[in-house]
Write a protein that binds this ligand. Structure first.
Ligand code: CA
Length: 326
């Protein structure tokens, strides 16, 4: 009995150690913790050919050492990949490595990233359901009709459950914010997207496609849309007459906390300059309850481990004495 108590204390301490090892705090005081439930990495499937945290369907194929392919470079393909559990974090960052490639001079149609109430439902919007609730990011590689816009075009759309995606005009009237990203297809470096969300404070999309390690700002706003309280992370793609391979290679999702304040939000004034200022202020600002609680908890666990070890040792010695006696 005593021994199991000390084992439990050790196990807890190890768990805390694992969490502490995974979490990082950047120079602006933003702490990030990886969300295992919304990460995706090779080999994608377990030994039973299942994924614990993701579902996929349609024409999606998984190649364990390389990718989850939403659509192959063939006409009339439609595939999807969706998280099994909703993303419940208030503030988060999602980094996706993807690859859009194919042999045709003409190609399409692109893929979508979703943070929607709906999940795993095929449909006409890049292979997923229309009239969705939530946020969509479209990586549109085929220009249907949008004069004056350079393609590929990356745009966000906020769906209220009724709005219909205007496919004929590449979602021009649906656009929340977006940017052109010439070179995002058939790139010779790993292409990535990083979406950062701080509730009521910030929504930012950055892309990597020109040079490895260099992020291009696609859009940023301090007035982000309100996301549904239940939102699943997903990806989908479709091809029509024209086609391309649309591969998801890796997804890393992090829960973000602002350690500068107790409100869990980003500093009210975003941007690098202001961000640094907020970082400096941290030394003068009273410590938040959150970080104090965490600190005290760690101290408590430290003594729990010492105490548990001592109890275990005493029990062991008592047993040794008894066994010597007989
Ligand atoms: Ca299009």
């Amino acid at each position: 009995m005593r021994f199991s108590a000390s084992s439990a204390a050790l196990w807890l301490a190890c768990s805390i150690g694992l969490v502490a090892a995974d979490s990082t705090i950047d120079e602006n005081g933003i702490k990030s913790i990886p969300l295992r439930t919304h990460n995706l990495a090779s080999p994608y499937l377990d030994s039973a050919m299942q994924s614990r945290w993701w579902d996929f369907g349609g024409n999606t194929i998984v190649r364990a050492d390389q990718y989850v392919r939403l659509s192959s470079d063939k006409p009339s393909q439609e595939g999807w990949l969706f998280s099994r559990v909703p993303l419940t974090a208030t503030n988060w960052e999602i980094e996706v490595e993807f690859k859009i490639h194919g042999s045709g001079n003409l190609h399409g149609d692109g893929f979508a990233m979703w943070l929607t109430k709906q999940r795993a439902t095929p449909g006409p919007v890049f292979g997923s359901v229309d009239a969705f609730n939530g946020l969509a990011i479209f990586f549109d590689t085929y220009k249907n009709n949008r004069p004056g816009t350079v393609f590929p075009y990356v745009m966000s759309m906020m769906g209220d459950g009724h709005a219909i995606y205007d496919k004929a005009n590449d979602g021009k009237d649906n656009e929340f914010m977006g940017c052109s990203a010439r070179g995002i297809r058939n790139a010779n470096i790993p292409t990535k997207a990083r979406l950062t969300y701080f509730q009521d404070k910030e929504l930012k999309l950055e892309l990597q496609y020109r040079q490895e390690g260099q992020w291009e700002l696609c859009f940023e706003t301090n007035d982000p849309p309100m996301l549904p309280s239940v939102a699943y992370l997903g990806f989908s793609a479709e091809t029509g007459e024209l086609s391309d391979n649309h591969d998801i290679i890796n997804v890393q999702t992090k829960n973000l906390y602002n350690t500068n304040r107790g409100d869990n939000g980003r500093p009210s004034s975003p941007g690098m300059e202001k961000g640094r200022k907020a970082g400096k202020d941290r030394n003068h600002a009273p410590k938040s309850e959150g970080s104090w609680g965490w600190f005290l908890f760690k101290i408590f666990m430290f003594f729990a481990v010492i105490g548990g070890g001592y109890v275990g040792y005493t029990a062991w010695r008592a047993q040794q004495k008894r066994s010597h006696r007989f």
